[in-house]
Design a protein around this ligand. Structure first.
Ligand SMILES: [Zn+2]
Length: 127
């Protein structure tokens, strides 16, 4: 899959990838939208998250849900919910944060930066 993005989006994807790398190493926290560069870019738009790289990638969702869904569910089920500070608190947290980091890298490999592009879009095709 190819995802065509502008420079701003590519930078935000990079920043969010770094966020998850740090969380997986126990050095970062997941503060949801507050410290997600992609959310900051897209969450306020009327069209919502559709231009977000993760939304354009779509899949990444297994039967158990996307890596983020699994992380979210784990925080709610086994810790203090998603509103408390999300720092890896157990080995499952670490594994799920690592899976999210790998997912970010995977999506990042699909990105094709087109300077000046107004709308991000995905095209399924030969990689
Ligand atoms: Zn945990």
């Amino acid at each position: 899959m190819k995802i065509y993005v502008n420079k701003k989006t590519a930078k935000a994807h990079e920043a969010s990838t770094e966020k998850w790398r740090l969380i997986a190493r126990g050095e970062g926290r997941d503060k949801g939208r507050q410290n997600c560069a992609l959310c900051r870019l897209f969450n306020r738009l009327a069209c919502g998250c559709r231009p977000c790289t993760l939304a354009l990638y779509g899949a990444g969702c297994t039967e158990e849900g996307s890596p983020f869904d699994r992380w979210y569910d784990h925080q709610c089920r086994d810790h203090f919910g998603y509103s408390s500070p999300r720092t890896p608190g157990c080995t499952t947290c670490t594994a799920l944060a690592e899976a999210m980091y790998q997912h970010m890298l995977e999506v990042g490999r699909c990105l094709i930066v087109v300077p000046g592009l107004r709308k991000n879009y995905a095209e399924k095709g030969i990689a």
